[in-house]
Design a protein around this ligand. Structure first.
Ligand SMILES: Cc1ncc(COP(=O)(O)O)c(C=O)c1O
Length: 391
């Protein structure tokens, strides 16, 4: 039946992570105590006050289609956030509210990419970027970075990758999967190359609130506001407010791009869910203390797991300054383990033998590594470290 499928559908790879997650799920359902270090979402429930705002919206009958780009109330809250936090002024026509940050990204790629346009993706990358780019007709161009580069691209690497076909660069800081965070100085240096090349940048800021070691979040536009006409910001409630299942996120950018992306969204899903839009509007105006409590809890867990992993022979771990993942180079351990030659085999071994679920680095473009998320409780982290030290 393959012949029924479009070419587009055929080029999209099945997710490498699916096999591991399905296996972990099955083991758990059989009562096996699998420790979960594979999650890509906070382990907290959505704060009660946000849930109550959604309940109120349901009870008030706020249950109809909304304007394609989002309700005025949520757009106003987003605009206010960027004014207060990043001193930038956006108009309502520069904001698009979508069904999650991922949907916002999809709409933007559809709006700006033509077939053959090259999209620069620093690696290790969030696993959805290459396939999303391909779905929009673009060509992913991978910019490799390593532990020695602190998993960040330099201006030289960026300049060397730019061709006449380059349309867009994706920056994701804090990064999934490495937790690397660009500094203001590094972004300023990159901005010069970006400006000279005249390319579009998508700044995926969904982990902006989870930055550690007393550092502050900074994005490209905060250091190079003159690039506002070519930078699109992506953000989401999923990580910040622990609302992944609500499917609500947004994009901000130049009016023509946001208008086009809104038209595309209008023909695909009409609008984001009305209840989730109300919940996001409330969340954006809620007590910043809620997020800070999440952040502090993640930082504590990061310290715990980082220290533990660093003490294990054969595992080299990058210390993340943001997000909630640890990216560890475990390549040296492959030869110690029978039948293991790549990160998928290693994760399979961890699951089968040590009952630990984590994500193979191959999914993020780096086969010597695995990603451990630390959105799990401290007892599980202690137990996981003790199991890992048996290798
Ligand atoms: C880097 C990055 N960007 C975007 C997203 C999309 O999140 P959502 O669609 O839940 O807003 C994720 C989710 O894992 C992510 O890790």
């Amino acid at each position: 039946m393959e012949e029924l499928l479009s070419e587009k559908a055929r080029i999209i790879k099945p997710s490498i992570t699916l096999t591991i997650s399905a296996k972990a799920k099955k083991m758990r359902s059989e009562g096996i105590d699998v420790l979960n270090f594979s999650a890509g979402e906070p382990d907290f429930d959505t704060p009660d006050s946000i849930k109550q705002a959604a309940v109120a919206a349901i009870e008030e009958g706020f249950t109809k289609y909304t304007a394609a780009g989002g309700i005025p109330e949520v757009k106003a809250a987003i605009i206010e956030k960027y004014h207060a936090e990043q001193s930038r002024s956006y108009g309502p026509e520069q904001v698009l509210v979508s069904n999650g940050g991922k949907h916002a990204l999809h709409n933007i790629f559809q709006a700006v990419l033509d077939p053959g346009d090259e999209v620069l993706i620093p690696s290790p990358y969030w696993l959805s970027y290459p396939d999303m780019v391909k779905l929009s007709g673009g060509v992913p161009i991978i910019l490799n970075t390593s532990l020695e580069d602190n998993y960040k691209i330099s201006p030289d690497v960026l300049a060397g990758a730019i061709t006449a076909k380059t349309k867009l660069l994706i920056l994701n800081s804090p990064s999934n999967p490495t937790g690397a965070v660009y500094t203001a100085g590094e972004l300023t240096a990159l901005s010069k190359v970006i400006e000279a090349a005249g390319i579009v940048v998508v700044s995926d800021d969904v982990y902006e609130k989870f930055v550690y070691d007393g550092k502050s979040f900074v994005n490209l536009l905060m250091v190079a506001p003159h690039l506002a006409e070519s930078v699109i910001i992506i953000n989401s409630a999923s990580k910040t407010y622990s609302m992944p299942g609500w499917r609500i996120g947004y994009a901000l950018g130049p009016e023509p791009v946001i208008r086009a992306a809104t038209r595309i969204q209008g023909q695909a899903t009409s609008c984001a869910g009305s209840i989730s839009q109300k919940a996001l509007a409330y969340a954006l105006q809620s007590d910043a203390g809620l997020i800070e409590a999440f952040r502090q809890s993640f930082e504590k867990r990061r310290d715990l797991i980082f220290e533990g992993l660093t003490a294990i022979d054969g595992i080299k771990t990058f210390k993340p300054t943001g997000a909630f993942y640890l990216f560890s180079d475990v390549g040296e351990l492959y030869e110690k383990l029978d039948g293991v030659s790549d990160s998928v085999g290693f994760c399979d071994y961890l699951l089968e033998e040590l009952r630990i679920a984590c994500i193979p680095g191959q999914a993020f473009g780096e086969d010597r590594c695995v990603r451990f998320s630390f959105v799990t409780d401290e007892a599980a982290i202690h137990e996981g470290l003790s199991r890992l030290s048996q290798i």
